[in-house]
Write a protein that binds this ligand. Structure first.
Ligand code: GLY
Ligand code: MN
Ligand code: MN
Length: 439
């Protein structure tokens, strides 16, 4: 990410916070994988969005108007021995020189320093409830200031969640963020193409997962944004199937929902294709319905339309399709009214996408669905899931689970599908699987 992004974000947030306020933003904790081995560290998205600082054990404090500097970073100090064992640290000097902090202090000194920073601030911007022990510390610091009120200092008496301002900012992606998201989607599309090219009956689901992760990493996306979903046949009807442990069978469909994270930005793409390279007639019929629903939904993504319009378009096309195929009997309008389509389509058509795969940002504003504006990024991911043995479902549809998911940027005059390098028409997919090139 362009280093200029971070001070710009901090300034914007502080402008919104106003005077006599303070914001306290801790990063994510380290999680243990086994005994003394940690999971790969990933900073908290809110924290990283404001700091660009990826080391653990850090807390950013923003104090608008503070004469000695508005941005303070509490972080790990340099430690030659620890750095020899576990890797480099920016240290206090790096926090200032590299990460633009006005002041940097050892994270261990926070209990001593924080109460002083809280003095005469009226409002504390801090998001309670994600880290209970840190919540207690914040309350303790404020209490310490309150105890000194007889000496003439004022203690803050208002706690405000940071989410409202910060998540509103994160919802609108800057040019640099869109560049990162485009790249994440391109890498992921490449991985999906690779999976289509090498897929054949007899491979294990995890072997395709390995291929996806290989392409991600080879292209600089070190981690997936969420666990890869690689589900053949019946497993494709489990929305978040992540065991990825079965053999792929001739005649089955394969649903892959996988997305790389590039420079802390997520992609989230699903494609569903035949294990043997050719859709059966039943699979083809259902696939065409889901694809038509997805295209209809994407069309509704444009400035001025509201959040629920793509979902409504998808539901309409899916339900009409289910009736046409004879899977649902009766009138589509009745099924839509009674929501009986939820038997086969039980999730929503998308979510915001950004640093978090299910990204932040309100879906409703003052009780009304939010309208799309340029710079917002969302997924569009309708599906149909027809598990074997579903009551009244003819055998020819059994174990057809299909989802098609793209990442869509709202532009001035409509939208841009960031993930369009991943083929999704039947002809494109069959051609890529047969000849190594999309039709
Ligand atoms: N991969 C999770 C989702 O599609 O929402
Ligand atoms: Mn997905
Ligand atoms: Mn998704």
């Amino acid at each position: 990410m362009n280093a200029k992004e971070f001070p710009r974000r901090r300034k914007k947030l502080m402008d919104m916070m106003g005077d006599e306020t303070i914001a306290i933003i801790p990063t994510a904790p380290v999680y243990i994988r086994n005994r003394d081995v940690e999971f790969t560290y990933r900073p908290d998205s809110d924290f990283y969005y404001l700091t660009g600082y990826a080391e653990p054990e850090a807390v950013a404090v923003l104090v608008p108007g503070r004469p000695h500097g508005e941005y303070i970073l509490f972080c790990r100090e340099n430690d030659p021995v620890m750095e020899t064992w576990n890797g480099r640290r920016a240290g206090l000097e790096g926090a200032v020189n590299k990460y633009g902090a006005d002041d940097a202090f050892p994270v261990e000194d926070m209990d001593e320093i924080l109460p002083g920073l809280l003095e005469n601030r009226e409002r504390v911007f801090y998001t309670m409830g994600t880290n209970v022990s840190f919540d207690q510390r914040v309350l303790g610091w404020v209490n310490q200031v309150r105890k000194r009120s007889r000496t003439g200092v004022n203690a803050p008496d208002e706690y405000v969640s940071l989410n409202h301002f910060l998540h509103e900012m994160r919802l609108y992606k800057s040019r640099a963020e869109i560049t990162a998201m485009r790249k994440a989607a391109k890498i992921t599309a490449k991985a999906h193409r690779k999976a289509m090219q090498i897929c054949r009956p007899g491979l294990m689901e995890y072997q395709l997962e390995a291929e996806l992760k290989y392409v991600f990493m080879q292209n600089g996306a070190r981690d997936p944004a969420y666990p890869c979903i690689v589900g053949g046949g019946a497993n494709g009807c489990i929305l978040h199937y992540t065991e990825n442990s079965d053999a792929l069978k001739d005649g089955d469909l394969l649903l892959i929902d996988a997305g790389s994270e590039y420079d802390y930005y997520a992609s989230d793409i699903t494609r569903t294709f035949p294990v043997n390279g050719q859709y059966s007639s039943a699979q083809r019929e259902v696939y065409e319905v889901v694809l038509a629903a997805q295209l209809a939904a994407i069309k509704m993504v444009r400035p001025g339309n509201h959040w629920d319009e793509p979902h409504n378009a998808a539901i309409r096309t899916l339900t009409e399709g289910l009736v046409e195929l004879g899977i649902l009997k009766g009138k589509p309008s009745q099924h839509i009214k009674e929501k009986s389509y939820t038997r086969y389509y039980m999730h929503r058509t998308g979510h915001w996408l950004g640093m978090d795969v299910h990204d932040v940002g309100d879906y409703k504003v003052e009780g009304e669905w939010r309208t799309f504006e340029p710079g917002m990024v969302l997924t569009v991911e309708p599906g149909l899931y027809l598990p074997a043995g579903s009551e009244g479902l003819a055998k020819r549809w059994w174990n057809i689970g299909i989802r098609i998911e793209d990442d869509v940027l709202v532009t001035e005059d409509g939208n841009e599908v960031l993930s369009s390098d991943a083929p999704k028409t039947i002809d494109e997919i069959e051609s890529l699987m047969a000849h190594g090139i999309a039709a």
